[in-house]
Design a protein around this ligand. Structure first.
Ligand SMILES: [Zn+2]
Length: 443
């Protein structure tokens, strides 16, 4: 370590020595500033001088150079230089036996795609396996987009399969590219599947994706669809609007932009739309994950008992988060739990559903307190007599109970909270957002 006096008065010789001693660090520092200022030419001349000085280069040096080259690979003025040096740098790195990482491969794949060589880009992604490195979605993008652009459909689908095998999910840009490719090559079955993929994972499509869809339905879509009978049967079997049997109907498609009313009616044609965003398999999986988390946190026997009970009396259409409704906008300072407010919701749900009682989940501490109060007692007993109430046991968190019941029975949930974050973070599921959109009623 330098002493303070050293630090204040560095002799010219030590300063010079320091620069000379660590040319690698120096080189990286200068390279990074080229990268920041996006100066490709300066970076290349640095590289050239490092070569003539025999500077020992490492993975960071190569990655910085590769990244810079790849960002210029689509720039008309610098493309040639970027490609020439990009591949040279990569070959140099491989010759030194320095292992590429995901960033190096993404850069070289981008360079290959810029050259129009999707095959090499894809080969590079596969090479990552040799180094036990996992690719990311961005690593695949150059190969995928390159194949899509050149209408090399089979190769693009192969990249898609590989992405899937890696457990990665396509996002809108990739789905849209595959959709366009499939439309341009007249593969109706594929278009149909990508449409459903958009529905499942994207939900809101961009203007560009809309154009692809319009183009398909205006100019290319086939006129013959599945027969209506088998579609109806499939819808019944799946418990919803989803049938998965392909296009229905005959004649030319009418393409219009319009809105959907809150009740699900189409503003353009007045038809009632089916809800197809929640399918049975997904829902069952979600119910299982809720149960799994609940069983980890709740007394197992209690929660199992609830599951069995639900199985037996599974005839509800709505679940009421009792504590939440009873306490909503009550003055907490006075400890207010409004039995009348909760009762009003229960009766409202009863009438709305054509005389079916909802299920109210309430903690036993709360129920006991209500029963001890003579002015509430009658109402609570009435709920019990009507089979409205499920009392969760001592020490339980009733959130798990209403959540599980709602998902398991595909019920509507009546609550006021923006649903409680601590639970929903645990579920960490995009499925939950869809589900919430569909089943959450605010009182
Ligand atoms: Zn319509």
């Amino acid at each position: 370590m330098a002493t303070p006096s050293h630090h204040q008065n560095p002799t010219p010789s030590t300063k010079k020595k320091k620069t000379h001693k660590n040319p690698e660090a120096n080189f990286l520092y200068e390279l990074n500033s080229c990268s920041k200022s996006k100066d490709l030419k300066a970076a290349i001349s640095l590289y050239d001088s490092a070569l003539s000085n025999n500077t020992r280069l490492n993975q960071s040096h190569f990655n910085t150079l590769l990244y810079l080259c790849s960002t210029f690979a689509t720039d008309p003025d610098s493309k040639d230089l970027a490609l020439r040096y990009g591949f040279r740098v990569f070959d140099h790195m491989m010759a030194l036996n320095i292992h590429p990482n995901e960033a190096s491969i993404t850069s070289i794949a981008r360079l290959s795609a810029a050259k129009g060589d999707g095959d090499y880009a894809f080969e590079m992604v596969k090479k990552l396996g040799d180094y036990q490195v996992l690719p990311r979605l961005r690593t695949y993008e150059p190969a995928l987009f390159c194949f899509c652009q050149k209408l090399e459909a089979e190769k693009a689908y192969e990249v898609e399969e590989d992405i899937d095998k890696m457990g990665l999910s396509l996002e809108e840009p990739q789905i849209a590219a595959l959709l366009k490719l499939s439309a341009d090559t007249w593969r109706g079955e594929r278009v149909y599947n990508y449409l459903h993929n958009l529905r499942r994972s994207v939900r809101w499509v961009s203007e560009e994706t809309c154009k692809v869809l319009e183009d398909w339905f205006c100019c290319k879509a086939s006129e013959i669809g599945s027969d209506v009978g088998s579609v109806k049967e499939a819808i019944l079997r799946n418990g919803g609007g989803w049938h998965g049997l392909g296009w229905i109907g005959e004649g030319k498609w009418v393409v219009k932009k319009g809105n959907v009313e809150p009740n699900g009616r189409c503003c353009c044609c007045g038809e009632q739309l089916d809800c197809v965003d929640i399918d049975d398999v997904e829902t069952e999986k979600f119910a299982l994950s809720v149960a799994g988390l609940a069983l980890e946190r709740e007394v197992k026997a209690n929660f199992r008992e609830f599951q069995d009970w639900l199985e037996k009396y599974a005839d509800y259409e709505a679940i009421v988060d009792g504590a939440n409704i009873g306490l909503y906008q009550q003055n907490f300072a006075e400890g207010g739990f409004s039995v009348l407010q909760l009762d009003a919701v229960i009766k409202e749900m009863y009438t709305r559903s054509g005389n079916k009682w909802p299920l109210v989940i309430l903690h036993n501490k709360r129920v006991r307190a209500l029963l001890e109060n003579p002015s509430h007692r009658k109402l609570v007993e009435e709920w019990m007599a009507n089979g409205v109430l499920y009392t969760t046991p001592h020490g339980s968190n009733d959130d798990w109970y209403w959540l599980y019941a709602t998902v398991k029975l595909r019920c509507l949930l009546v609550t006021n909270d923006e649903m409680r974050d601590h639970i929903f973070e645990l579920l960490g599921s995009s499925f939950f957002l869809k589900w919430k959109e569909r089943f959450d009623i605010h009182f």
